[in-house]
Write a protein that binds this ligand. Structure first.
Ligand code: NAD
Ligand code: IPM
Ligand code: MN
Length: 352
């Protein structure tokens, strides 16, 4: 039995999570394992209900399950709240409380979608890299932070143990792939980045079979667009990973395609890398694939069932190969299908 807590959140969150839940239900029916899905409010949706972005009940539920499935949070409705009361702050809190220090964001191009990227097909074909984004440290959490009328300030700080554990995970994963890690930093300017680089190289001594190189983040942003195939595993800090993974999203055709796994010592949370997309929320237009692929990552990382993960990826691939496109991945002139039609097709391709 797998106990999954679903926190749909705001904007398109509920629409894409509904797609992922449909996939979970189909898998449960097909394979005969029991999946219990418990839904809890989170973010703006929770604030509107309970006056709190993250209630103790939701947090406790997340701590007492096998995996959390998250849609997205945030939106214009809650934008003017004080910083530490915004939905985004609740997301940071959940990551911190669950100890989710590693955020894995795979950028893999589906052949059927080569035409959907804004880059030339020959540049993106075969792209397959994995970003290890540090998720509970760096400038997102450093103190002091604040702003007043005359200045604003944040602090980027990394402790040795924080760099060591994410670097170790990245090297371990690289061993299962092409054995190439690129650590991305800004060591030419930031002391915290020089420290990051030093520690990554120390950890590398235990992984001599893996090739390690360093890249400055500004160059990395350019290199991802110039030749994404040069990357295998990227390891980087919280803010740089956030930015680079949105760039990676566009390589694959749309932000709506990229899943993620946020993992720690004893908890795990799965979420698309995109946000609540207020511009298309409530219109049944959102691409559910990032969230459905996040379920595949759940089967891989939390349940150690890679065969089921593969089934999900294959169902996505078959659905794309059949020509179905949501608006974000449709070419001009192509007819786009809704979130629910895309979901139903993926569920159908999973088979009974
Ligand atoms: P966004 O990712 O929500 O949207 C950026 C663009 O991509 C929009 O045009 C949107 O329509 C499109 N898009 C995103 N996901 C899509 C999908 N599944 N299908 C089709 N199109 C999709 O980023 P934003 O507009 O900068 O942020 C909106 C809100 O979401 C903000 O409040 C932000 O803080 C929040 N946010 C939350 C998360 C999260 O919960 N993990 C992540 C990013 C942004
Ligand atoms: C993401 C988002 C979040 C982040 C925000 C909403 C806090 O952009 O998950 O990528 O910056 O981590
Ligand atoms: Mn982001």
């Amino acid at each position: 039995m797998y106990k999954i807590v679903s926190i749909p959140g705001d904007g398109i969150g509920p629409e894409v999570v509904a797609g992922a839940v449909a996939v979970l239900k189909q898998l449960s029916k097909k394979h005969g394992f029991e999946i219990v899905i418990e839904e809890h409010p989170f973010g703006g949706a929770s604030y509107d209900l309970h006056g709190e972005m993250l209630t103790d009940a939701t947090l406790e539920a997340c701590k007492n399950c096998d995996a959390v499935l998250l849609g997205a949070v945030g939106g214009p409705k809650w934008e003017s709240l004080p910083h530490d009361h915004k939905p985004e702050a609740a997301l940071l809190k959940i990551r911190k409380e669950l100890g989710l220090f590693a955020n894995l964001r795979p950028a893999k191009v589906y052949d059927a979608l080569l035409g959907a990227s804004s880059l030339k097909p020959e540049v993106v074909r075969g792209t397959d890299f994995l970003v290890f984004r540090e998720l509970t440290g760096g400038i997102y959490f450093g103190q002091p932070r604040g702003f007043d009328e005359n200045k604003g300030w944040n602090t980027m700080v990394y402790e040795r143990f924080e760099v060591e554990r994410i670097a170790r995970l990245a090297f371990e994963e690289a061993r299962k792939r092409d054995k190439k890690v690129i650590s991305i930093d800004k060591a030419n300017v930031l002391e915290v980045s020089q420290f990051w680089r030093n520690v990554v190289h120390e950890v590398h001594k235990d992984f001599a079979d893996v090739e390690l190189s360093d890249m400055y983040v500004d160059n990395a942003a350019m290199q991802i667009v110039r030749n994404p195939k040069q990357f295998d595993v990227i390891v980087t800090s919280n803010l740089f990973g956030d930015i680079l993974s949105d760039i990676a999203g566009m390589i694959t055709g749309s932000l709506g395609m990229l899943p993620s796994a946020s993992i720690g010592k004893s908890h795990a949370l799965y979420e698309p890398i995109h946000g609540s997309a207020p511009d298309i929320a409530g219109q049944n237009k959102a691409n559910p694939i990032a969230t459905i692929a996040s379920v595949a990552m759940m089967f891989d990382y939390s349940f150690s069932l890679p065969d089921i993960a593969r089934e999900i990826y294959q169902a996505i691939e078959a659905t794309l190969a059949s020509g179905l496109r949501t608006a974000d991945i449709a070419n001009p002139g192509e007819i786009a299908v809704s979130t629910t039609v895309m979901t139903e097709a993926i569920v159908r391709h999973l088979g009974a």
